[in-house]
Write a protein that binds this ligand. Sequence first.
Ligand SMILES: [Zn+2]
Length: 510
Amino acid sequence: MKSQVFDVHVRTLECSRCGAPIATGERGGEVTCAYCGVVNTVASRRAASGAGAKPSMAQEIARLSRLKAQLQHPVSGHAYDLARPPAGFSLELLRTPKGLEKAVQDLRGARSEAASPTSASAEQQRGLCWLALAVAGAYQAQSKPLEARAVLETALETLADEGHRHLVRCRLAIAAVHEGDLASAEGWLDECDPAPEVLELDSAYRDARARLASQRDDGAGILAAVGAQAGDIPFAKGTEAHATLLRIHGLELCGRAQEAYAALEDVGLLFAPQGAVVELQRGGLAPETTKRFVRHKAERELEQLGDSRAGLVRGPFQALVPALAALPLMAAVLMVPITVSRCTLDADPLLGVYGYALCPKVCEGCEGRARTVTVWHQTGPGEYSSDGAEYFCASDKNGVAEMTDEQLEEMSGRLSGASLNFVAVAGASYLLLMGLLFPLVPIRAGLRWWQDRAKLQWLDAEVQEAAQALGVAPPEPPLGTHKALGATLLFVLGAAGAAATLVGIGMAIG
Ligand SMILES: [Zn+2]
């Protein structure tokens, strides 16, 4: 869709009386308004003073460095900062018919004031420029490019400052790109100073250049305007995001697919990566990079879904694996409070039950529970030490059964015949704990299976859907329940065997 509305070789302004668009040749002249009949005298358009001048490489490097300094030390609220609307206006307001009408009235009022440039303040000039660009934007949004053109070129006529005119020219170039009139866009840019000294002006020029190059599928041209790497070229606040999108497009056009992909991954704080993808797709930019990015993301998501699914149990049998595996660990953890209780309170949470198994092998006639006592020796004022808990078989023969804790403590040195080895006691206690905890295994397995069922159903559906969207076969759920169960059983038996070995060693060394 190519239109001549932004043709650089004609002059299109607003009629000085009624505001309707009037057109004449590049050189200007007298033109009668078709609406109100007033004769307007139009001068010929002049390019910027720096237009066409090509700075040397050294000058260009020095200029870039100066622009970077402006990014690091911004001057707030200066004449070219158009992020801030003039008092009483906002971009939202211009989207309403009433707001647009008010803006158009104000724009015409401001023009007559600015006609005497010496009396117009910098802020008035800035306001006029903001209004002209905003009103033109509103007209473009309403598909009224001719009105937009007339507003912009009239502003070019009225704005006293070369910098403001530069911003309007860049906008005219972008509008021409938008209308598909690339030669005119080039023409508008040719009338600009290609090496402005203010960051906002430079960014506006680069933005227009890059958009033009993008329409021409000229990757090198885009990269020349916005830089091949983020940070190569400073961009004024608010212009960096679009420059980044164009850079990704430029890199793709130049066949630098890896760099384009990395740049998309690295959009950082400008957008969330997803936001950049949406913007690129909306602008028809970097289609290959975007496609790859979206696909990689979907693949990662599928992988993550598969991983979460692998952590769920698929049946009561499989649920036994984690429940069984926890058994030796739970027993080991419980050994801690039991040992502490024996050492500090002379109390045995296991009630000496292991004595039924160990005592008959230690002393004759001893059968039944063992007793535990910990002897503490005072080693200094307020300091005590102990060799740990001691265990004794209780029978009527050695009298241990009838002793109080104090008596047992006193007698402990003379009861070696009834003493149980602490290593054997530890092993036996551990085995006892495993036995006590074993009934929990089926209960825990059942609970786990119950909990995982709904989640598994949902994840299976998600995996299926994600795989279908990618056009790949859904990953198989991990099998090998028998193998896992076998390994877990071996682990449990190993722990029990180790404990039994401790009992054996303990008994052997007495
Ligand atoms: Zn008129």
